[in-house]
Write a protein that binds this ligand. Structure first.
Ligand SMILES: C[S@@+](CC[C@H](N)C(=O)[O-])C[C@H]1O[C@@H](n2cnc3c(N)ncnc32)[C@H](O)[C@@H]1O
Length: 251
């Protein structure tokens, strides 16, 4: 994550949820994730970590199906927007914990529910790092400079046997660039994710039972011509879901 990215996401946080494409994409990601997991009897016992939660649209949508959701984002504006939703009088969600952090270390104490107390302990009394059953991210990978490094962080955040389920739009060729208007290219590291690259990276990070498959397709209005700034035709963008399991036994 670059500081250009952080500045951009802070600036966009307040209006983030007013973009219907963003809301629809998160809803389709929620369905794609839940469709690939056992039913509520199992998921209600699982703790989830979302990395790059933004204003928490996906975290809040997943929350009723899981025991807890730890919602992490590096942009303080995004986390402030999520906190405002959680503090609203009509909010009934009690199991989402927002954390403002650029998560690069699986031992980061900020992802512990007792983070404040843990940080006051001296070095010799350090607590075991928190580990999760499921790590998700949505529309984040195309902003990440070093994909292997973030996958290794996710691997480290999982319990043995835990899963990652990551969704992002697919790099299906040169037209994938049109997903973003030209004015929003700052912090875009790649125009979507590639199926074969993601499979290879997941295996390199240590995951097993790796699957990268089309999760859903979504229509999005794009510029008439790249850089025109004028809303034009609708294009259909495929989204991939990248799934991997942390081996049950150490290899
Ligand atoms: C395009 S936004 C997507 C937000 C949200 N998932 C959504 O779809 O509405 C990408 C987000 O990922 C966050 N991000 C990227 N890398 C991160 C990391 N290593 N730790 C925490 N947040 C990260 C950025 O701050 C940004 O808010």
């Amino acid at each position: 994550m670059t500081s250009a990215n952080n500045a951009r996401f802070n600036a966009e946080a307040a209006a983030w949820d007013s973009n219907p494409t963003v809301v629809l994409a998160s809803d389709l990601a929620r369905k794609a994730i839940l469709d690939r997991l056992p039913g509520p009897d199992t998921t209600s016992r699982l703790d989830v970590l979302e990395i790059g939660c933004g204003t928490g649209i996906l975290s809040l949508a997943l929350a009723p199906s899981f025991r807890s959701v730890t919602a992490v984002d590096a942009a303080e504006g995004m986390i402030a927007a999520l906190e405002a939703k959680l503090n609203a009088e009509n909010c009934t969600t009690k199991n989402v914990r927002p954390v403002c952090a650029l998560l690069e270390d699986p031992g980061d104490e900020r992802i512990r529910p007792d983070a404040a107390a843990a940080s006051r302990l001296d070095g010799s009394k350090r607590l075991e790092p928190r580990r999760f059953d499921l790590v998700v991210s949505h529309l984040v990978l195309h902003h990440i400079p070093d994909l292997l490094s973030v996958l290794q962080t996710m691997f480290g955040c999982l319990k043995r046997g835990g899963l990652i389920m990551l969704t992002d739009f697919e790099d299906f060729g040169p037209q994938a660039r049109r997903f973003h208007p030209e004015t929003k290219m700052a912090g875009v590291e790649r125009h979507g994710i590639k199926r074969t690259d993601m499979e290879a990276l997941l295996l390199r990070a240590g995951f097993v039972d790796v699957r990268v498959e089309t999760a859903f397709k979504m229509d999005k209005t794009v510029e008439t011509e790249p850089g025109s700034g004028v809303k034009g035709p609708t294009m259909t963008f495929p989204f991939l879901i990248c799934i991997g399991k942390k081996p049950t036994c150490p290899t």
